[in-house]
Write a new protein. Structure first.
Lengths: 546, 369
């Protein structure tokens, strides 16, 4: 559908303006870290160009340079055949570049229309600007199939819709080049498909799109060409149709990567965790968990699927002992306190519950603490870490060095502050601390968020190995692929409830996606609008950082 | 990765800040028509040139060490205790009770008892705002500063209406008994054959302050409690995850903080005045904030910063005495030091970081070429 138009554009363009974007030899260093090394890239107009790479590969830095957030140490930016100097985002917008950030920049209690003109008002008075924006919005909606209600408040519309507002904001500012940074992180599979349809439409209308993602599947599905970054360098640019996920993964990591998790069928034993009618009411009086029933047996991984903000975080917090709840929770047949003195992290650990929290930087680690201090974190009352009334720092450091070696933490330096490790290695520090305690039950949230592919493989192996030792594991992840790959049983959460349980080999992303949107009648036909409408009614804040 | 080496962070940044404060102070002195070089000479001679001067410098430094440590420990839990002044006043009340109403056989026991009372009174005065913060949500900055006023009023009432001996016009307690007299540095050093000024007020509580510095270092960096306090200060959410109770940490930290501020009374009330007077704290509670800021909340830093501020206090007094530089200007100089070492920290730090970055980069370029 798009090829004619694309070819036409390329043919009519002047020879020098063959590329919508051309970056020549971009380099950028932050202190001793070389974030971008001599990067050159050419993006043809009217195409979707993917940029894929591990965390810390330099994707975001490169795009921030293009959008004027950072200034490159070296290199040139050419837009539509002319050299541009982009010192700030104003200049980027003027050059026709629009950016949709991973975390939306919208004012929650403004309407769609107000958000769209924010910062692009025409004069002192608001009314003429709004009227003009309304007209433009109607045109844009017609041109690109981007339907939104201009008078709806942002807080009342779903995440997919909010993302559409972000795209409209860029188009309203007459962007010809759209950069999307990890756009599907907060979307259900159905919403993601819808987004890719919109991107296809934008492409067919001649827009150029740069899609930054770490998901191989999205690259394969949506892009025309793909550039792979590794450690600040551009390792390859290939036509998407000429490559494969395995090849891309290898280019990203620099070695062969196992994309599948190797695991044998589970042999579940006794019930370790038995949750009945668990409820949590947050500080604002909103019911976050509305009666959860769940069982996890020894030797099985139960995965909780769901869009972020549907109560998964609260479930982990209440089981981890730092959120109050009501209901009945049994661990190995003995009740767990859900409020009061014996409902805290210390008591849980004493009962054999280990917890890898969803947000390792806010909860799992003290970023300023060194690795050895973090290894003791939560277990600092362990007699082995003590000599008299003082902490036995040497004992902790030795223990940490051993754990770092077993979990392949790099660099294996117990005296390095947690903030100086990469995301994957930070996660390994947390995992080593929790898994090496030989718990009966492991709670694990977003085990591989912000973790590079190489480390994902290792982390998944560790989780499966723990299961094979007969431990019970409760896994929460917003990555459906991860849930499907690791779980022996999947429970889908929506709006504080469990919508249903499925076995991974008897379900697919589509069915789970509908359950994630609160639709239990998964056999009937459904469209995206219904999914979105349902998600918009979730009382939780979909942007809640988990 | 840290941009600057540790020595630059710890030594260079405060040193440059101090230098800047000194330069501006010199300009101010010039502006009122005095000679800054002569002023510096006078300050150094007055504060450090004799054992008399040293005696006063160390006396002030002892006060600032206690209050500086009080603020520092609270900083580690990300609590801002600006009630050191009131807690020190209450500590004075505790010392007065201990010294006046208990017959002590020897000064060592008297010091122990007075220190306990001072710590207890200061701790209670800090514990109330702490409790209000965790249970009622009243911000500790607001409550601690308000408690300073309550403390002043309470002290006034106690001295005027209850503790003042009959017939005395002065709002002060009776003089403490001789048995509670703390040995001065003169008395301590004389057996060692070291001549130290008889008139200077520095006394044995200077050694208590040094012990407190060491004790606090041990607490913060070597005990589980210190580990929990620092963890809570860095990240409350992580502390909750680990099972560290915000209530417990806030209460214990503020109790230790208040006790340290209260301990200051062993120096100024018991060691120097030997009776309780109004305004015995002389603003040392507030100087403690500057001392903790400059000392980076580290006990060694607090020790050094306290000596520096002791020097500024004593040197400033000499300056006011011997020149026509008014006493208010001394306050200006002290304020400049606080401003540069505390508030304008980043002004020095950021350019310095850039310098170190450039050095490192050029060195690396040299290595690769």
């Amino acid at each position: 559908m798009t090829d004619d138009k694309t070819l036409e554009r390329q043919a009519t363009a002047a020879p020098t303006s063959a590329h919508a974007i051309e970056l020549k030899g971009i380099s950028k260093a932050f202190g001793p870290v070389q974030a971008n090394k001599d990067i050159s890239i050419r993006v043809m107009p009217g195409t979707i160009h993917g940029i894929i790479g591990e965390n810390g590969a330099g994707k975001s830095t490169l795009m921030s340079i293009l959008y004027g957030f950072y200034k490159a140490d070296k290199g040139e930016i050419w837009i539509n055949g002319s050299k541009k100097d982009i010192p700030d985002s104003q200049a980027a917008i003027a050059a026709g570049i629009g950016m949709v950030f991973q975390h939306f920049k919208l004012v929650e209690n403004f309407t769609v229309l107000e958000n769209i003109i924010l910062g692009a008002e025409d004069g002192m008075m608001l009314r003429p600007s709004l009227a003009k924006a309304r007209r433009t919005l109607v045109e844009l909606a017609a041109d690109y199939g981007l339907n939104v209600d201009p008078d709806a408040l942002i807080q009342d519309i779903g995440v997919g819709m909010q993302q559409r507002v972000e795209i409209l904001k860029a188009l309203y500012r007459q962007a010809d080049i759209l950069i999307l940074d990890e756009p599907t992180g907060v979307l259900t599979p159905a919403e993601a498909d819808q987004l890719f349809r919109i991107l296809g439409r934008l492409k067919s209308e001649g827009k150029t799109i740069i899609l930054i993602t770490h998901k191989l599947r999205e690259i394969m599905e949506a892009t025309d060409t793909v550039s792979v970054m590794r450690r600040g360098e551009m390792t390859a640019t290939v036509k998407t149709s000429d490559t494969s996920p395995a090849e891309l993964a290898e280019l990203m990591v620099g070695r062969k990567v196992l994309l599948q998790v190797n695991k044998t069928p589970s042999t579940p034993g006794d019930v370790v965790l038995d949750v009945k009618n668990l409820k949590v009411i947050d500080d604002k009086g909103v019911e976050r968990l509305r009666g959860i029933d769940l069982q996890v047996r020894a030797g099985e991984i139960v995965g909780i699927a769901g869009v972020a903000g549907n109560g998964q975080s609260e479930l982990l917090e209440v089981l981890g002992g730092y959120e109050d709840g009501t209901g009945e929770v049994m661990l190995n047949g003995q009740p767990l306190d859900l409020t009061g003195r014996y409902s805290d992290g210390q008591s849980r650990r004493a009962r054999g519950v280990a917890h890898v929290p969803e947000d390792r930087q806010r909860e799992g680690l003290i970023m300023e603490y060194q690795a050895w201090e973090n290894t003791a974190f939560g277990y600092h009352h362990d007699p082995a870490y003590r000599s008299g009334i003082l902490m036995n720092n040497n004992a902790i450091r030795e223990d940490t060095a051993e754990k770092m070696e077993r979990f392949d933490v790099r660099p294996p330096n117990p005296k390095l502050a947690a903030k100086n490790f990469s995301g994957g290695n930070q996660q390994k520090i947390v995992l080593a601390r929790e898994i090496e305690r030989n718990p009966d039950l492991l709670l694990i949230g977003q085990p591989t968020r912000g973790v590079d592919i190489g480390a994902i493989e290792f982390i998944h192996q560790q989780i499966v190995a723990l299961r094979d030792q007969g431990k019970a594991i409760l896994l929460v992840s917003v990555e459906l692929e991860e849930i499907l790959a690791l779980s022996d049983r999947i429970a889908v959460m929506f709006d504080g409830r469990i919508m249903g349980e499925r076995l991974p080999d008897q379900t697919d992303e589509k069915e789970l996606g509908l359950l994630m949107a609160g639709i239990t009648d998964t056999d009937a036909p459904h469209d995206v609008a219904e999914v979105e409408a349902n998600l918009a009614h979730v009382s939780g804040d979909p942007h809640k950082e988990v | 990765m840290d941009v600057m080496p540790k020595w630059a962070e710890v030594v260079l940044v405060p040193l440059i800040s101090l230098l800047l404060a000194a330069i501006i102070s010199a300009l101010v002195i010039l502006a009122i028509g005095e000679d800054p070089v002569a002023a510096v000479k006078l300050m150094v001679a007055g504060a450090l040139g004799s054992t008399y001067g040293w005696g006063y410098t160390l006396y002030y430094a002892t006060n600032f060490m206690f209050t500086g440590l009080a603020v520092a420990i609270a900083f580690h839990a990300r609590l801002f205790n600006i009630g050191g002044e009131g807690q020190a006043m209450l500590g004075g009340l505790g010392v007065a009770f201990a010294c006046l109403y208990i017959p002590w056989p020897h000064w060592t026991l008297a010091l122990l008892g007075a220190a306990l009372m001072a710590g207890l009174f200061g701790a209670i005065w800090a514990a109330i705002p702490a409790w209000l913060q965790v249970k009622r949500g009243s911000h500790i900055v607001i409550t601690t500063i308000m408690f300073n006023f309550i403390a002043a009023a309470l002290l006034n009432y106690m001295l005027v209406n209850i503790m003042r001996p009959k017939g005395q016009m002065d709002p002060a307690s009776a003089k403490f008994p001789d048995a509670t007299h703390l040995p001065t540095l003169h008395e301590l050093l004389a057996p060692l054959g070291i001549e130290f000024s008889k008139a200077a007020p520095a006394n044995v509580s200077f050694l208590v302050a040094i012990a407190a510095c060491f004790g606090l270092w041990l607490l913060i960096w070597r005990t589980r409690l210190g580990y929990e306090i620092r963890a809570y200060g860095h990240s409350e959410s992580a502390a909750k995850y680990a099972g560290i109770s915000p209530f417990k940490i806030t209460m214990i930290t503020m109790i230790i903080s208040g006790a340290l501020a209260g301990l200051m009374a062993t120096n100024n009330v018991m060691g120097e005045a030997e009776r309780l007077v109004l305004n015995s704290t002389e603003g040392a509670g507030f100087i403690g904030i500057a001392v903790a800021l400059m000392g980076r909340s580290h006990p060694v830093g607090v020790f050094i910063a306290a000596i520096l501020f002791g020097f500024l206090y004593q040197g400033g007094a000499e300056l006011a005495l011997w020149t026509s530089i008014p006493r208010e200007l001394i306050v200006v100089i002290q304020a400049l030091v606080i401003l540069f070492t505390g508030a304008l920290d980043n002004m020095v730090r950021m350019p310095l970081e850039r310098v170190f970055l450039a050095i490192r980069r050029s060195r690396r370029a040299g290595a690769t070429d």
